[in-house]
Design a protein. Structure first.
Length: 135
């Protein structure tokens, strides 16, 4: 199956709903998504999940292989008045340094990855005790 999510980047930006506040509230109970935490969102697409963490004071790096999706994410970030660092890359070879993240996330995309390889990468970039949240 061919994947070309970037061809629908504007539709994703317009129609893909974000996660509700209650989702982030539930994570906060576990110490996930508190101000100042470093989050890396893998397969970010238009940044829906990443933006929610940034709005809660987290420092966010978002990774996706399609620059068209990342451009839409940047436009949505401006509308939301948040700053996220976007990097072009794939889950199996993340452009993030070792032991960087407090939290690693992947929202509605893990099934597209080579799971064992992506899991090793998530572990590599996570600090000891980092949370990994896949939705």
């Amino acid at each position: 199956m061919t994947r070309n999510f970037g061809a629908a980047a504007q539709d994703y930006a317009k129609y893909r709903a974000g996660f509700p506040d209650s989702f982030y509230d539930r994570l906060k109970v576990f110490g996930i998504g508190t101000p100042g935490q470093r989050v890396v969102d893998i397969g970010t697409g238009t940044g829906v999940l990443a933006r929610g963490f940034a709005q809660r004071g987290c420092q966010v790096i978002s990774v996706d292989p399609d620059d068209r999706l990342l451009e839409q994410a940047r436009l949505l970030d401006r509308e939301a008045s948040v700053q996220i660092e976007y990097r072009s890359g794939v889950a199996e070879n993340l452009p993030v340094e070792d032991n960087y993240a407090d939290i690693i996330t992947a929202g509605t995309c893990w099934h597209w990855f080579d799971g064992p390889v992506a899991a090793r990468e998530a572990r590599r970039i996570g600090k000891p005790g980092a949370f990994i949240v896949f939705l």
